[in-house]
Design a protein around this ligand. Sequence first.
Ligand SMILES: Nc1ncnc2c1ncn2[C@@H]1O[C@H](COP(=O)(O)OP(=O)(O)OP(=O)(O)O)[C@@H](O)[C@H]1O
Ligand SMILES: [Mg+2]
Length: 398
Amino acid sequence: MAERATDTLVRFARIVSDAAASEEMMPRLCEALVEHVSADGIAVVVLEPSGGARLAAEHGLPEGARSVSFEPDDIGADLGRQILGAAEGAFACERTRPLVAGGGLFGAVVMLFRSAAGPPEESLLLAEGLVDLAAIALGSAIHVAQLEKQFTDLRTSQELLARTEKLRALGQMAAGVSHDLKNILNPLSLHLQIIQRALDKGKIDDVKESIPEMKQVLVRGLETLERLRDYSRQSKESKTELVELDVLAREAAKIAKPRMASSGGGRVVTIREELTGPPAVMAMSGEVVSALVNLVVNAIDALGGKGTITLRSGEHDGGSWVAVEDDGPGMPKEVEQKIFEPFFTTKGSEGTGLGLAMVYATMQRHGGTITLDTAPGEGTRIRLWFPPPSPASAGHRL
Ligand SMILES: Nc1ncnc2c1ncn2[C@@H]1O[C@H](COP(=O)(O)OP(=O)(O)OP(=O)(O)O)[C@@H](O)[C@H]1O
Ligand SMILES: [Mg+2]
């Protein structure tokens, strides 16, 4: 008998471990109890995660006993008696076993017998073993379901976080691009003033000179806007071309010049060129012009209307570099450490603190480096180094 009981338990353990969900498991428990314990009626009542209780499986219950509505509090001593009463004399006695595992109560199994004597002691022991096994399986199924839910919740919140982060980065990029756009479009008003004056004086030749320059500025402005569009589309592709850093430095100086008029009354800022024609590099010319405009504008601001800005270029480590240098006040250590952080500015409401963060991002996108040399009273030099073009990259995209 003991051997048969062990056999039954082992077989049932296999059945419950194969059952994917508690819905499959409970009918199997009923079958096993009918077969091995000779129960005449069975009711498996389980607690719901939502807080209720329901009849999960049954065998041989008359209609009255099946339609009882269960409360979680019924899962105790009274459950068996309640079902026995509802069966209206179909059974003589009941044996109830709670579904308990790992300290959790998941429900109860009520076994009903027609004979008043109930099952023999051995059968009852086997029944308890079967119910306990089902409880363990039910406990782990619930645990797995909880873990799955936690995992799904975690993934959802991670995705939300990633989306929020992307939006934050996009917002920062939008602010940076509008900052660069303002820098680039500023000279247009200067050109318009020149055209107005020339037209007033009937000097058509001066107008002719200004128009190609205005066109170029507009092209750079449109390129700047396209950067934002590429970024918001998460486009990995950006157009690069072979560019000469000297040409871009001259263009940037021209674009930044109007800033001089608005800083310092009547004093003089000179822009010098020590450009040495280093080899061309693969770059997004619009972005590099924006970066250099940022550097020149910062130098103009630092000089407060008086001093010299020097544009330099050269070769280093196989690549080429371009630098903007000024003989202004330089920076104290605490400023120097923060200048590439977005929104760091010492210019109060006059500055956004996005200029150098944009320069930094540009150099990262180009696989280049940015070097800062400064000290209080010693001026500032910021150098942008670009790697040599790889043979395969010429005419392609980054
Ligand atoms: N050439 C320079 N000399 C001295 N300080 C500088 C120089 N360039 C930048 N800085 C310091 O770095 C800070 C950050 O520069 P960044 O270009 O990022 O922002 P900003 O110039 O303050 O604002 P915005 O670019 O919107 O005008 C400046 O506020 C200034 O304190
Ligand atoms: Mg700036």
